[in-house]
Structures are given as structure tokens and as C-alpha cells.
Design a protein around this ligand. Structure first.
Ligand SMILES: CC(C)=CCC/C(C)=C/CC/C(C)=C/CC/C(C)=C/COC[C@H](O)COP(=O)(O)O
Ligand code: GRG
Ligand code: MG
Length: 287
């Protein structure tokens, strides 16, 4: 069991699942405070749908990580030999079937919430397979795909209230998460530049050089920081959000310094992830 959770990168699955439930909660707050609803129409928080949302995102994120390691076997044998597939703890074909099963269960469970949730889960599942097999080796498109997928956790949560404009309500959270993830993905590609070059990949750092890619990642990351007050200004979040997202913004700034000032993509990637975790906490605290 432990090895399969490692293949799924369960920490990322947990983070993504929590983000999706934040999306449900924010959309619920918007819809429940909508004065045009008659009192008899007051909506109770859909706890069962929120649980399904968490499970769908946990399974589909885990499937995406598993299929990624399935296609990355040759690179990971060199760069990450301790991972479940290259270390032999899980067979290659077993990992593939495990991933496809998780994609199927996640999509069916999503469709039981509503058709829009089912559609998002299906599109994301297909995009995760396409990313792992092809897109991740193309400059910027792979980074944008992972950025969209990560940000889509909020859209997926908001889709529970699709008929009441739930997706519009969480769009700014989608944007912030997408920008922050694209910045981190470019930094990760800078970190992996040698392995990717041997593998014949055409990632952004290989195409334009590590320094220019670092400037672009920093610009995108700083745009996300400058936009971070928007959820508060849109009255989506309370002042508690502002106080905690300020910590995230400082960590984003440190991540930019690590890649631009100290030329250390590994530390920058870790700082970006820590900043994203604090940003997620600020969403929870401020919702
Ligand atoms: C400025 C601002 C307020 C930004 C918002 C940042 C935010 C709340 C981001 C959400 C993060 C999120 C939902 C993460 C889900 C899990 C995750 C880390 C997804 C991206 O993973 C792809 C990555 O390549 C995996 O690699 P690794 O982390 O090294 O295993
Ligand atoms: C909203 C729904 C239904 C699903 C969202 C699913 C999510 C959050 C996807 C985004 C994050 C994710 C799981 C991306 C998978 C691809 C991945 C692991 C990219 C990083 O892999 P590599 O570029 O190969 O780098 P490493 O393997 O060294 O980390
Ligand atoms: Mg990989």
C-alpha cells in the first residue's frame, strides 16, 4: 500500500484534493449569500459532493503521477532510481493498469456529482496521459498544461455549483494557482535540463537557455504575487487571507531570488512549493 501511495505522490494528491474542497466552499459561500435566492432555496453545504470532489481529485492526481512515472521510466532509472517503478517495487505494466483504473474510478465518481464535473475529470485525465506521453517534452506547452491542471482543482470544486455560477466565483483562484505552477514547472525544467537534453526533450530551458527561462519563470511568479490581493479585493476572502498570503508572497520572492540570484533551481523549486502550500493555507483560513 505504502509503495502505491508513493507512486501516486500522495502528498500532492492531498494538497490537490484540499484545494478542490476549498473551491466547493468558496462557491458555496457565493451561492448561499446570493440574496436573490428565496429563503426556501437556501442551499445546505453539500458535504457528500465535497467528499466526492476530494476523492476524484485525489485519484486523478494520483493517476497522473503514476502514468507520468510509467512514461518516465528511462529518465527516472538515471535521475530518480529510488522511485517505485525504476526500483522494481512496482512492475511497469502494473503501474499502467493501476493508473488507468484510478482515472476510470475518478471520472465515474465525478460524473455522479454532475455532468460538468464528469467532463472536467475526463478532460483532465486525457490531458494528464497526453502530458506524460508527449506534451512534457515540448517547450512551455507542458508547463502550461500542468499549470492548468493544478489550477483546475479550484474550477472542479466550483463546478459543483455550476448552475449557480460556481466556476466564475473561483476563477481568480484558478488563475493564481495556474500562474504559480507554471513558474515552478519552468524552474523544475531548469533543474532537469541535462537529463531532458539526453532524452531529446525540447523543454523551454533547452530551447531558450536556462537564464532566459529563469527570467520568464520569475516574471510569471511575480505576476502571481502582484495578483494575490485580488481574492480579498473581490470580497472572496477575509483579511485573514491577506495576512497569510503575505507569507506566501515572501516565500515566492525567495524562490525567485534562489533561481535568479543564486542560480539554484532545486532550492527555488522547493521554495515555490512551500509558497504554494502557504497560499493554500491562506485560502483555507480566509474562505
Ligand atoms: C500567488 C498565489 C496566492 C498563488 C496560489 C498558489 C496555490 C494555492 C497553488 C495551489 C497548489 C495546488 C493545488 C497543488 C496541488 C498539488 C501539486 C503540487 C500539483 C503540481 O504538481 C506538479 C509537479 O510537477 C509535481 O512535482 P513534485 O511537486 O516535485 O512532485
Ligand atoms: C481537477 C481534477 C479532476 C484533476 C486535477 C489533477 C491535478 C491536480 C493535476 C496537476 C498535477 C499533476 C498530478 C501533474 C502530473 C504530471 C507530473 C507529475 C508532472 C511532473 O512530472 P515531471 O515533469 O516528470 O517531473 P518529476 O517526475 O521529476 O516530478
Ligand atoms: Mg517524471
Amino acid at each position: 500500500m505504502q509503495t502505491y501511495l508513493k507512486l501516486m505522490r500522495s502528498g500532492n494528491c492531498l494538497m490537490a484534493g484540499i484545494a478542490a474542497v476549498v473551491g466547493v466552499f468558496i462557491a458555496y459561500n457565493i451561492v448561499a449569500s446570493n440574496t436573490s435566492l428565496l429563503s426556501s432555496d437556501l442551499i445546505v453545504f453539500p458535504a457528500l459532493d465535497a467528499l466526492k470532489v476530494f476523492m476524484v481529485v485525489f485519484f486523478v492526481t494520483g493517476a497522473g503521477n503514476a502514468i507520468n512515472d510509467y512514461f518516465d521510466i528511462d529518465i527516472d532509472r538515471i535521475n530518480k532510481p529510488e522511485r517505485p517503478i525504476p526500483s522494481g517495487k512496482i512492475g511497469l505494466r502494473t503501474a499502467l493498469y493501476f493508473s488507468l483504473a484510478l482515472f476510470g474510478i475518478g471520472t465515474i465518481l465525478a460524473a455522479s456529482i454532475n455532468l460538468i464535473c464528469g467532463a472536467i475529470a475526463l478532460v483532465n485525465s486525457l490531458l494528464l496521459i497526453y502530458y506524460a506521453s508527449t506534451l512534457k517534452r515540448t517547450a512551455l506547452l507542458g508547463n502550461i498544461a500542468v499549470g492548468y491542471l493544478t489550477g483546475s482543482t479550484f474550477l472542479f470544486g466550483g463546478a459543483v455549483f455550476f448552475d449557480n455560477g460556481g466556476i466564475n466565483g473561483v476563477f481568480v483562484l484558478f488563475l493564481l494557482a495556474t500562474l504559480a505552477t507554471i513558474a515552478r514547472e519552468i524552474v523544475k525544467d531548469i533543474e532537469d535540463i541535462e537529463g531532458d537534453r539526453e532524452d531529446g526533450a525540447h523543454t523551454l530551458p533547452i530551447m531558450i537557455g536556462a537564464k532566459k527561462a529563469a527570467y520568464l519563470a520569475s516574471l510569471i511568479g511575480l505576476i502571481a504575487v502582484l495578483a494575490s490581493p485580488l481574492p480579498y479585493l473581490q470580497s472572496l476572502m477575509s483579511v485573514r487571507y491577506l495576512m497569510i498570503v503575505a507569507i506566501a508572497d515572501i516565500l515566492f520572492a525567495v524562490a525567485v531570488y534562489e533561481i535568479l540570484g543564486k542560480d539554484d533551481p532545486a532550492r527555488s523549486s522547493k521554495m515555490f512549493k512551500m509558497a504554494m502550500a502557504f497560499a493554500l493555507i491562506s485560502f483555507i483560513a480566509g474562505a
